[in-house]
Design a protein around this ligand. Structure first.
Ligand code: KG4
Ligand code: ZN
Length: 332
């Protein structure tokens, strides 16, 4: 059984082929055009998807040594994401499925981030918790079976990836700033500049207050010393990263305690953060958790995760018809 999967929710155009549950190709074209604007420009993202989608799909089929007539279904990201960007992948998938007369499978992007844990071994067993952290979302998800998921905690304002990226912007780092904060933090002291943690009840998160306190802190220090940022970049990045990770892991610890679940996974773009990966492993050892961290290539947006989610949907005969349309906001 061969499924072609397409991801186009934000600024990565990606296509993957999964054969009998095994990923055979995963091609990702990252849109570099947004760097000069300091963030993703939706209109430019849609245009870039239009340019990339055909070569990316062709390469994914070639890499997997699969032809169009070998395909049994076409999967695509239905949402959440940028509507214009999603429309490109959705229209392409619908046309291809119509032309080949094969089923269509609509996939939720956030569920797919979690399903990235079913690409390689070791796979988590059920139930497990997944901290899903990306540019647009911050969630604690309880998973009881493939694609059976419930959000038990989430951000009430900004996503943690957004907090990384917007703080990086204040530091004059180019978009996306998350990986650069990670890079500079590696040689800095995480305790150089302590920040107060937000108070948020239950398992929910809030990142807008901490983002503002980073901003006030930087404005004050730069007023006192205009070279403050250049002179202290590693320590600033390490302290900011430490604070953001601390917020995430405190809630994850609480979720594990409340649910009694000790299989803990992390997913989404921010799970590529080396500080988060290391701190989660350390916390896992201390708490006796079994920790699952995805391979780097499956942290940020990719079609392999869409393909693996589609594989499970195919097994359930969970198909969409030609009336399906993308959704910028989408629950599980
Ligand atoms: O999952 P993703 O590729 O796209 C969305 O669905 O949003 O996540 C992108 C986010 C961006 O905010 C980016 O800065 C962040 O993931 N990110 C990182 C790292 N790599 C990617 N944040 C911190 N450290 C990293 N190493
Ligand atoms: Zn994503």
């Amino acid at each position: 059984m061969n499924i072609l999967a397409i991801e186009s929710s934000c600024d990565e155009t990606s296509a993957a082929v999964i054969t009998n549950g095994k990923i055979c190709s995963n091609v990702v074209a990252t849109q570099l055009i947004h760097t000069q604007y300091g963030g993703v420009v939706p209109e430019l993202a849609s245009r870039a998807h239009q340019q990339h989608i055909l070569p990316v799909v062709d390469k994914a089929l070639n890499d997997a040594k699969v032809t169009k007539k070998d395909l049994d279904a076409i999967a695509f990201t239905k949402g959440p994401g940028l509507l214009g960007a999603l429309l490109v992948g959705t229209s392409f998938a619908k046309s291809m499925a119509l032309g080949l007369n094969i089923p269509l499978i609509a996939v939720n992007h956030m569920q797919a981030h979690v399903m990235a844990h079913f690409i390689d071994e070791p796979k988590p067993s059920f139930p497990f918790l997944c901290l899903t952290v990306s540019g647009g979302h911050t969630q604690i998800v309880k998973i009881t079976a493939p694609l059976q998921m419930e959000i038990i905690g989430e951000t009430k304002d900004d996503a943690v990836g957004e907090a990384f990226d917007k703080t990086a912007k204040l530091l004059d780092l180019p978009y996306p700033g998350g990986p650069l904060i990670d890079k500079y933090a590696a040689t800095g002291n995480p305790h150089a500049f302590p920040f107060p943690l937000p108070e948020m009840p239950g398992l929910d998160f809030s990142f807008s207050g901490i983002k503002t306190s980073f901003m006030y802190f930087l404005q004050k220090r730069v007023r006192e010393n205009p070279d403050f940022i250049q002179q202290n970049l590693p320590d600033i990045c390490a302290s900011i990263q430490f604070t953001l990770i601390d917020i995430l892991l405190k809630k994850l610890k609480k979720a594990a305690k409340e649910t009694g679940i000790a299989e803990i996974a992390v997913a989404g773009g921010v799970s590529a953060n080396s500080g988060l990966r290391k701190s989660l492993q350390e916390l896992g050892e201390k708490m006796n958790w079994k920790v699952f961290v995805p391979a780097f290539e499956y942290c940020t947006d990719n079609a392999a995760m869409i393909a693996v989610a589609a594989h499970y949907k195919f097994l359930e005969n969970d198909f969409s018809d030609q009336t399906v349309s993308p959704m910028a906001r989408m629950d599980f």
